[in-house]
Design a protein around this ligand. Structure first.
Ligand code: ARG
Length: 588
């Protein structure tokens, strides 16, 4: 379905042509004087230069042509040459009626769907999930859902950090604690136990202990590095432990992500890329891209236009070990081979930007990706506490994701209890639903690349630009519709009518922006644009609601029109929050 702006533009273009000017001057934009008009066209100003006459003359001629236009109620040429526009109520009604008929509310499915791999989440196995991984999960999930909504084939890959020193550290610590375990018996040739020798809580204690010790104890650290090398080079017993770590960790991660309503299509990790490394490195050497520099193997990726220094991309260290970069390059090889993506998008902390500049340039230069496969880095900022420093627990430690969620849910629970009398169990469930909206909306409503302050107090408020405010608005609409149904009428059968009040029209115009907002948000990978739209729409609805006695209205036809508008707004709001990755409760 055409965007409303395009409907307006087509009408303007025709008027410019008829008045004897080039059609391209007929562009419209949202009015920056909403007190005077809804849309405006500044084309006469630009045309004046080309046609050597006063802009107001052109504006007047064009306005004349639009006098009987079905699209506009009012067209005014004002000095020095603006054309102020108000839409006709019938046009607005028709537009919304068409929207309501469409399953995707006027949003088009892309003609040529792309296959897009979304690399997000990126937790590190055996380390507890912390708030740093929250942003990637939340932003990535919403982009995946948005892309899918528009018809792309989105493949979400968690890309586990499962190939680092942390594995060696855990093995070493385990070896110190329980040397009798069969994994450490070098002469053992049988099958290893199916059951892991630790639980998730033990694992989460083992890693920090080992990590702390390795920082003080040189010999211990070397042992851990040795273990890392061995596990990466096929040591049977250690690999069996690695499998246990993965199984135990992944089970726990799945539970955590499920609570966040984040779902991955692929649970691959850095380790999956390792088999591709030797051939990839060999090919880069054979083709003359990789050369030795101070013992290490590197690829030059400088470009003439660089304003900052971009260091060479290192493939192998002097001891032959591969690096984070090598793994990411090999992951590209694997992804190209298995999925032939048109695009790979990385949702990662913006502090890793240089790493991705290196990876992308190296992948392009050495031909790992097809020329028409694009690589995009969506870097996000840090989530800070109210003190402006990276978010911590009250004691100053790293905040575990589970604890953060529990804190928010508790806060929401208190608020819901104050607000309504609903049974305990429902209050708990509603607290979880609204709590998730508080966290996700609080995050997504900021431009991803910016740092932001995670403010529990503000995010959980029912007022202002928050998730709970949106849910509250949806719940309010649902409740009006339920009461209407109780009067024996069917909201689904109501038809949208022409707007009669200012606030009604304003709400309708806001609703009409849906398809355009979705497309822009996707093109710019900018979920915050959906948030801003949701907030405007919710405000538009609440203003209308406070000025209109919907259920008491005696004019049936008017009432029906309003109810149909509410049904449409609810659909838009619910579609949008679904894309952002949360949902609304029945009441709150
Ligand atoms: N595991 C990494 C970290 O915690 C993030 C992984 C991001 N994705 C990637 N392909 N490098 O920093």
């Amino acid at each position: 379905m055409k965007k409303l702006m395009d409907v307006i533009r087509a009408e303007l273009e025709q008027a410019f042509t008829e008045a004897g000017y080039e059609a391209s001057y007929g562009k419209a934009s949202l009015s920056n004087r909403p007190d005077l008009c809804e849309y405006q066209c500044n084309g006469a100003m630009a045309a004046a230069k080309a046609y050597h006459c006063a802009p107001i003359q052109i504006a007047e001629k064009v306005a004349q042509r639009l006098e009987n236009s079905p699209v506009f109620l009012e067209v005014q040429a004002v000095k020095p040459g603006f054309i102020n526009l108000k839409l006709s109520p019938a046009c607005v009604r028709d537009y919304l009626q068409s929207m309501a008929k469409e399953e995707k509310l006027g949003c088009e499915t892309v003609e040529k769907p792309k296959t897009i791999i979304l690399d997000y989440g990126g937790p590190n196995v055996a380390k507890p999930l912390h708030v740093g991984h929250l942003r990637s999960a939340i932003i990535g999930e919403s982009i995946k859902r948005l892309g899918r909504f528009l018809g792309h084939k989105m493949i979400g890959d968690i890309h586990l950090g499962d190939w680092g020193l942390q594995m060696g550290l855990i093995i070493t610590e385990l070896r110190h604690r329980r040397p009798e375990l069969v994994y450490f018996d070098e002469s053992y040739e049988g099958e290893y136990p199916a059951e892991a020798p630790f639980t998730i809580s033990e694992l989460e204690e083992i890693y920090p202990t080992a990590s702390a010790r390795s920082k003080e104890d040189e010999a211990y650290r070397e042992e851990a590095m040795e273990a890392t090398y061995l596990v990466q080079h096929g040591h049977r017993g250690y690999q069996a432990i690695l499998q246990h770590i993965l199984t135990v960790s992944v089970t726990d991660l799945k539970r955590n992500y499920a609570n966040l309503q984040v779902e991955f299509d692929l649970w691959k990790g850095e380790s999956d890329a390792q088999p591709y490394i030797p051939d990839m490195v060999q090919a880069m050497k054979d083709q003359g891209f990789a050369y030795e520099s101070e013992g290490a193997l590197v690829v030059d990726i400088k470009e003439e236009t660089d304003t900052k220094e971009v260091p060479p991309c290192m493939l192998l260290k002097s001891d032959g070990a591969s690096l984070y970069t090598t793994t990411d390059l090999a992951t590209i090889v694997e992804r190209m081979k298995l999925y032939h993506p048109d695009e790979i998008v990385y949702v990662v902390d913006k502090r890793q930007e240089m790493h991705f500049v290196q990876v992308f340039r190296c992948a392009r230069k050495t031909g790992l990706v097809d020329a028409d496969t694009s690589l995009r880095f969506l870097g996000f900022g840090t989530m800070n506490g109210r003190d402006g420093k990276p978010f911590k627990t009250r004691e100053g430690g790293v905040m575990r994701l589970e604890h953060l969620i529990a804190d928010i849910n508790e806060e929401m629970y208190e608020k819901i209890r104050e607000n309504t009398e609903i049974p305990e169990e429902e209050a708990r469930r509603t607290a979880r639903i609204t709590g998730l909206s508080a966290i996700k909306y609080g995050d997504l409503s900021n431009q991803a690349s910016k740092d932001y302050v995670f403010d529990v107090e503000r995010f959980t408020s029912f007022e202002g630009d928050t998730g709970p405010y949106l849910l509250y608005t949806i719940v309010r609409i649902k409740s009006i519709l339920a009461k209407y149904e109780e009067q024996g009428k069917n909201p689904e059968q109501a038809g949208i009518r022409e707007p009669r009040s200012e606030s009604e029209k304003a709400l309708m115009l806001e609703a009409a922006k849906f398809n355009s907002v979705m497309e822009t948000a996707y093109a710019e990978l900018a979920p915050h644009k959906i948030c801003a739209y949701l907030y405007d729409l919710a405000n538009g609805f609440n203003k209308f609601y406070h000025e209109t006695r919907i259920l008491k209205e005696e004019d049936q036809e008017r009432q029906e029109g309003w109810i149909a508008l509410l049904v449409l707004c609810r659909r838009i709001l619910e579609t949008c929050i679904g894309i952002l990755g949360f949902e609304a409760p029945e009441r709150m």
